[in-house]
Design a binder for this molecule. Structure first.
Ligand code: F6P
Length: 359
């Protein structure tokens, strides 16, 4: 094996640079393999924006957020957006260009670091003959084949710190403070940070909530002398019988805004002053935690070993504390969501946390 390609796709995430470093260093030092980086996810394959990564490029990046390769969560080569002379977009299949560029770079295989969307594209490329290895990345932690994705621990730590800080104002002003966190249709960040930060009410998309149950909890707390409450709401939550809240930006619908809706409704129904904070992309930025740096390094080194062993079209994963691998097809077969009966939810319930509905 002489040369591997690498790209980072989808939203950025703490630990991406740590993975790139691990792939490159283990390829260079252990196996004398060259690494070609494609810029900006799959767009780099289509546009042939690629470069030979040197040892100095991956030095000093272990702790840095973001990705030295750039990324995008658009630009699907099979449905590629092209802007016409009139400024209107149209879509073309540019996968043949991507294949040509991969061949021109004379690669033995391609390492794709991504979440559900990017790994689904990786699977599609594997089906047209590209040898691919996947590495699971996302702050959402919603990939079912791995116990955890890298980036999640950092995002949850950032959200936990936010809850700690919100406690100050909540307590001083006797307010309801609602923190909206990311996670798409999975509530992992809300659950993890909500538990770590001692959130009184945790709202997750897996358990549509009932305002009356939230209010009952807030009132119980008041009766015990706790004149404030912290609500941690995943961006994808919705009330029973209701729907998710989206923002429209540039013609694209994005999840977001439920925190404000919940805060306004709680203020109206309880008479208590309420505020919402949307943590947003702060969860994706900054230095990765110790856990994410180590996991990213283990994933990166393992991906190179998989490629060396010819175990193409697999994704590295963490299962029971061990680095293993699964087929890409299994990796993207279904999203991992919280089982409301799971031990973690039970532990939260045991310490008096409410999930905003009768359980
Ligand atoms: O998948 C990661 C994620 O941060 C989600 O939690 C969030 O819904 C989405 O990406 C936001 O994407 P964008 O950066 O495109 O707004």
């Amino acid at each position: 094996m002489r040369r591997l390609g690498i790209l980072t796709g989808g939203g950025d995430c703490p630990g991406l640079n740590a993975v790139i470093r691990a792939v490159a260093k283990s390829a260079f030092y252990r196996h004398d393999i060259e690494i070609v980086g494609f810029n900006n996810g799959f767009k780099g394959l289509v546009e042939n924006e690629a470069w030979l990564i040197g040892e100095e490029d991956v030095s000093g990046i272990l702790h840095r957020g973001g990705t030295i390769l750039g990324t995008t969560n658009r630009d699907n080569p099979f449905h590629y957006r092209v802007t016409g002379p009139d400024g209107n977009p149209s879509y073309e299949d540019r996968s043949a260009d991507a294949l040509r560029h991969l061949n021109e770079w004379d690669l033995d295989g391609l390492i794709v670091i991504g979440g559900d969307g990017s790994l689904t594209l990786a699977l599609r490329f594997s089906k047209i003959g590209v040898p691919v290895i996947g590495i699971p990345k996302t702050i959402d932690n919603d990939l079912s084949a791995t116990d955890v994705t890298f980036g999640f621990d950092t995002a949850a730590a950032t959200a936990t710190e936010a809850i700690d800080r919100l406690h100050t104002t909540a307590e001083s002003h006797h307010r309801i403070m609602v923190l909206e966190v990311m996670g798409r249709n999975a509530g992992w960040i809300a659950l993890q940070a909500g538990m770590a930060g001692g959130g009184d009410i945790i709202l997750i998309p897996e358990l549509p909530f009932d305002y009356e149950v939230i209010i009952e909890k807030i009132m119980q707390r008041r009766a015990r002398g706790k004149k404030f409450s912290i609500v941690v709401a995943a961006e994808g939550v919705f009330p029973e019988g209701g729907s998710q809240v989206y923002q429209l930006a540039g013609g694209t619908k994005r999840l977001g805004g439920i925190g404000q809706v919940v805060a306004a409704e709680l203020e109206k129904r309880t008479g208590m002053e309420s505020r919402a904070t949307v943590l947003g992309h702060l969860q994706r930025g900054g230095t990765p935690t110790v856990f994410d740096r180590v996991l990213a390094t283990r994933f990166g080194a393992a991906a190179v070993e998989l490629a060396r062993a010819g175990r193409w079209n697999e994704m590295v994963c963490l299962q029971g504390g061990m680095i293993k691998s699964v087929s890409l097809a299994d990796a993207v077969a279904q999203i991992k969501r919280i089982d409301p009966g799971c031990e973690q939810v039970q532990a939260a319930l045991a310490v008096g946390t409410s999930f905003g509905r009768k359980l």
